[in-house]
Design a protein around this ligand. Sequence first.
Ligand SMILES: [Zn+2]
Length: 385
Amino acid sequence: MIAICNVCESALSVSLYESLGTASITTMNQMIEGTTEVRFCSHCGHVQTSELPSLVEYYANEYEINATSDEEDQLYKVVDGRKVYRAEHQASVLMSKISFRDGLRVLDYGCAKSATLKKVLTRHSGIKPFLFDVTDRYVPFWERFPQDVQWSTHTPNPDWFGTMDVVLSFYALEHVSDLTQALLNVKRLLKTGGIFYFLVPNMYHNVADFVVADHVNHFSASSLAYLLQRHGFGEIEVDEQIHDAAFVVKARFIGEGAGMDTPDGDALARLREEALHIAQYWNTFAARVKEYEGMVGDGAMAIYGAGFYGNFISTLLMFPERISCFVDQNEYLRGKRIMSKPIVAPQDIPDEVSHVLVGLNPVIAKSVIGQIEQWQGKSLEFFYL
Ligand SMILES: [Zn+2]
């Protein structure tokens, strides 16, 4: 079957990358059946992963992020020793990009707990919040919002059509293969002149995104612009700097007559080159983990990072019994386990551990480890991938 680009509908060429074996790993660090194949679109600069049939069951049963408590969140970054969680950073970026005057109608589309909008409301209590998700499972969180919110589940309330000033979406479009339908849904909710504001991962800044099986879209600035122009949006802003490893995108719904640009050949060639480079990183990843294990011998090891990289490393080990623990600074992971090993804070790493496999985005790994004060002067060997 010919693969078609989700953004521009061109036929896609042969795959850049295929995962090893018959299992693929997801955002929730679950293994699912199937081989992921990743392709590049030489028309719009999009990168795309084939959608696995087993994803249907995965979304129905397992896809649930940070749904243990109101506060549970992913650690975004440690800045000068202070932990900044993701919703807090997303809210401050959003408030720097949109001026939230009283009466503004703001819909969080596919909102889960809507942690970001909830934080914005503590600063701008005069805006009118609306929440939508395809499932009922987050309703108990919405009921605890500090002010009145309107929500609907499964399908958006038709009374909302054409009335929204702002539609927000955080980390959703990377999961959606039918982008045309997704954009139609957003446009139907917006007023003409309304703003669509969204975040999607930037795999060029965090290569993990390339191999996550449930991320079918890996956008570039050019494929984002193409997608939005194609669906009647203008005044497109794509910010690659303000949020680590994400594209923060803002565009105005103009309707018919929004212009179309196509990316130039040089830009496309550069994107393709970068995508090939990322494919190469993952093609050799498993071999590098195994080689290091062989070098360590019988010493006890820890894996730093309980996120995607750490979990992925743990699936590749020849001797998983040599892992004493996982180490992570996210306080919401205390008491949890991976492969039945505890997730501990850096200061609680057992004395027996001599080697640490660093499971972090390679762009930031050395600086994150270098900033762990509790490990200064300890004789630990680190392996960076
Ligand atoms: Zn395309």
